[in-house]
Write a protein that binds this ligand. Structure first.
Ligand code: PLP
Length: 366
């Protein structure tokens, strides 16, 4: 991973009026007016880092990633704290994962320290776009794609990295509502040794049909089973899953086909600190049903950057319908949600050093 020695160049649009955010931000609908970009080729490595106005990407129809999917992305968040400070939650964890995805996808890695500094510069410039109402945040979407113009199937020789910023609304505008989940045994998302642990477009393409069918049947998300036997539970849509039993909390161990969530890691660490018996292991859907029957399953929740924690109220597997905790949010899910969001919004001391501050500084307008 070559160090990037070049300085970032700035092409900043002068703002003629204050940023006005819509009342309903939704998710990924509104974008700030600048992006960070850089390019890669074999001779120069990653080069020409720049912050510039957001604009369309002109693209040849043979651009490689459109055909063969050689692309990766990340999703993290910046927050405006109750003191008005701007912070990014565990960015180094997301960039580390981006490089893991890069290796698997034959994409050149990026200097972690450099990209974090570049992100801080971009977020500083766009700080007026960070919404400050309860539950709102700035979603950060870095991505890299193979940009060669050629139809042969092989790794691209050139790449583009872009960081796009999107102010997003509260995930639960009406409060912390449990969701309905369908255990999916007709389709699989990923197989071990495949791409499951990468944030790469193929995984989401593989999940769409199952997601659509589940939605039509009245569910919010699907719970994926392993790709080989459809026996072990893996994860939910864009979240990792946790099951609370009387004597332990279980989350499927990272098998290679599960996305290693940063929120998952955060949850595990907090549960350990709280003295919960948190276990990472394989768990079959049959064991989940058996322990539900025995009255031992007291809570189910998902973890992911978008929602932080999502409580699961209903879980359906074939014709077995399970209602968890009477369809009410479990106390552990609520406690985790409160703890993590309190840290993110600066209401609680960040003893773990999870927040990276974005200092306010002036940037020359070109
Ligand atoms: C992003 C993602 C997650 C959650 O990861 P976080 O780092 O916690 O946001 C879980 N599963 C899938 C498939 C994902 O894409």
């Amino acid at each position: 991973m070559g160090k990037i020695m070049e300085k970032i160049t700035y092409q900043i649009k002068e703002r003629t009026s204050d940023v006005v955010l819509p009342d309903e931000l939704g998710f990924g609908q509104v974008f700030t007016d600048h992006v960070f970009e850089m390019d890669y080729n074999k001779e120069k490595g990653w080069h020409n880092p720049r912050i510039k106005p957001l604009e369309d990407i002109p693209m040849h129809p043979a651009t490689m990633f459109i055909h063969y999917g050689q692309a990766i992305f990340e999703g993290m968040k910046a927050y405006k704290t109750v003191n008005g400070d701007v912070v990014i939650f565990r960015p180094e964890q997301y960039f580390k994962r981006m490089n893991n995805s890069a290796r698997r996808m034959c994409i050149p890695e990026v200097d972690n320290d450099f990209i974090l500094e570049a992100l801080k510069e971009l977020v500083n410039i766009e700080r007026d776009w960070i919404p400050a109402k309860e539950g709102e945040s700035l979603y950060i979407r870095p991505f890299i794609y193979g940009s060669d113009t050629a139809l042969g199937v092989n790794p691209s020789k050139t790449y583009k990295l872009i960081i796009l910023l999107s102010p997003v609304g509260a995930y639960y505008p009406e409060g912390f509502k449990p969701i309905k989940i369908l255990v999916q045994d007709e389709y699989v998302r990923a197989v071990r040794k495949g791409l499951g642990e990468c944030k790469t477009p193929a995984n989401y393409a593989a999940s769409l049909l199952a997601g659509e069918k589940a939605m039509k049947a009245g569910y919010t998300q699907v719970l994926w089973l392993d790709g080989i036997e459809q026996k072990y539970i893996e994860e939910v849509g864009t979240m990792n899953i946790f099951l609370r039993f009387k004597d332990e909390v279980i989350t499927p161990k990272l098998s290679g086909s599960i996305l290693p969530g940063v929120t998952r890691k955060t949850v595990i660490q907090l549960l350990q600190e709280w003295g919960e018996n948190i276990v990472e292991r394989d768990i079959t859907i049959d064991e989940v049903v058996e322990r539900y029957e025995a009255g031992d399953l007291t809570g189910v929740f998902g973890s992911g950057t978008a929602a932080v924690i999502s409580s699961v109220g209903w879980l359906t597997y074939k014709d077995k319908k399970m209602t968890i905790n009477n369809g009410e949010p479990g106390d552990l899910a609520v406690k985790l949600f409160d703890e993590i969001t309190s840290i993110q919004y600066g209401k609680k001391e960040d003893t773990h050093k999870w927040l990276v501050p974005v200092e306010k500084k002036e940037v020359e307008v070109s």
